[in-house]
Design a protein around this ligand. Sequence first.
Ligand code: HDE
Length: 705
Amino acid sequence: MSKEKTKNNSKKTKPVENTTPHGDAQRGTGGELHQSAEGTQHPALTTNQGVALSDNQNSLRANPRGPTLLEDFILREKITHFDHERIPERIVHARGTGVHGFFELTASLKQYTTARILTEAGERTPVFTRISTVAGGAGSVDTPRDVRGFAVKFYTKEGNWDLVGNNVPVFFIQDAIKFPDLIHAVKMEPDRGFPQSASAHDTFWDFISLTPESMHMVMWIMSDRTLPRSLRMIEGFGVHSFRLINKAGESTFVKFHWRPKLGLQSTIWDETVKIAGADPDFHRREMFEAIQAGNFPEWEFAVQLFTQEEADAFPFDHLDATKLIPEELVPLRVIGRMVLDRWPNNFFAETEQVAYCPSHVVPGIDFSNDPLLQGRLFSYLDTQLSRLGSANFHQIPINAPKCPFANHQRDGHMQMAQPAGRVAYEPNSLSENSPRETPIKGFRSATVPETGEKGRIRAESFADHYSQARQFYLSQTAYEQAHIASALVFELSKVEHMHIREAMVGHFRHIEEDLAKRVAVGLGLEKMPNAPTTAAPILEMQPSPALQIIGKMKSTLMGRCVGILIADGSDGAVIKKIKKAAIDAGASVKIVAPKVGGAKLADGSMLAADGQLAGTPSVLFDAVAVILSDDGAKALSMEGAAIDFVRDAFGHLKAIALDKGGQALLQAANIAPDAGVVDVNNKDAFLAAAKTRQWEREKSVRMLA
Ligand code: HDE
């Protein structure tokens, strides 16, 4: 009886690459290389005990058509391991993309801190950065309207420092005790199990409408900040105030900021929704491709430093995480840069198992009394214990410090270390070499006096919930204000309960009457709801242009992608010219054609496509060119995907370069060209238009609130 063999792909894989962390010596029977039938060399496939397998295609059966035997330890080991492959996903921030890189300090903060990572200019420190969405599960799409987590693990010479921030500088709530309620409200509703990864539903807005302190954050999440074009084009914020402590033991407050080298850029809401369908992994794929291409994302690292006296003079409380410190009040000092340049080898081992904790700080950095931060100092360690399953999670390579670490903690699940010796306690007199305290260099907390009455009392200085929400709204350009109002109309239109819609509009009346009116009209409310009473007077604050996105876009094509739609008969010389111009300006270029094999150009040559038209819509690009022969234009005028390609590019305010055939397609799509639609030969005009969005066009393509 011959044994049935299914195709064994392993025979075809590249020979001899030992990827096990244990190395050859620990490969058991698999240690030596084996000769395959085809003559290639490969390591033996073994069990986890190192026993080489003779057959990985058939389980052990009593006879060829008989029952499987319990004795088959190979089958049982393999299936059992597989059954346990998943660990609990993060309760929030489950969907994330992680990349290795380095941090380089460019200006020393020696005067303010002893933390070496902030004092040695020119020194590079390895980092692992994970950018995430908040609400969705690990398998959810990359582009919901959502805050992005921005977590950086610095492997410093003095221990790991985790700066676990967001791409929005404020938060929904002031006190950690409200966090489970906030998250239960935004996650899918528990009875029905939807919506996944969306805030546009009743429970979220119900909670928000009853939580006035969230109004500032509401302005941010309804702005285009939550619709990033790329993970490389977002800012990052440490959110809370922290402290720096210098050699003399003096402390200074600090807020941390990341600013993207590519500038800020967002997508249009309709575009975002379509991207979710066209490429659910849009952000992760884009980051992967950028790193593979050597276009390493980079951020400036900046700080806002201020003293207790300065803080006392702010018209808000900096310990309240629903407030930011306007850059105009405390300017940003750029002190370093972060470059992400290496994709992880293994998604699970690194991106999934990385465990960030805001409590991971190094000597010279300390916490403030922000009650949200104080709660986080507990939560993250606790969550890692349940998610990673062991108090030894710090031994997983992605979490382990890259400096020596030693203490008397012992044992526990999955203990990897094998500490030698008799002594596992301190103080001791039996082991001179055992780890001991280092009073001079060791971690010390800021010596701040604490007085006052114990109690569950919200500080009065936390009572103003509207002034900064108003400041944010009034700081935006008219286009951005329209997007905020329209986002609110969109979200609240998904809310079934009238009283929740009305309550929200009531809050908006405190932020800006015009905003409230626009939303009320957009929702079709018959009369304006009353505004709730406020706990504190609403202050008129100076607008802060630094809060805009449009004001922070960079006039560049770096990191942007131009799509060129072609078909049989397109002019190769024209394609080449526009492609070169875009690449010279820093963009990447993708050719889109009805068939992925490519198109036969006018000169008879074939040009391969990077994407097939039906699967590569224009939402995946920042600007497009359409280069078609007369026949090509005629054929594509009958193709819905081609019509959508130009209609969406136009509707999403993108620059469009056209030749004669491209113009014919535009006409077939019933689009009247404007200043952002240019002749393909006028490459300067195209590149200039491609570096921005055609904001003026928007009123001609959609009704904004
Ligand atoms: Fe988190 N948060 N959070 N959070 N958070 C988690 O920790 C929590 C908050 C942030 O890429 C969890 O490892 C509480 C603010 C990021 O792995 C959990 C409170 C900010 C990430 C947790 C907050 C953040 C998390 C879930 C209110 C911006 C992802 C899994 C007191 C400054 C990190 C995990 C990564 C993850 C708790 C509020 C950022 C449950 C209790 C404010 C970027 O521990």
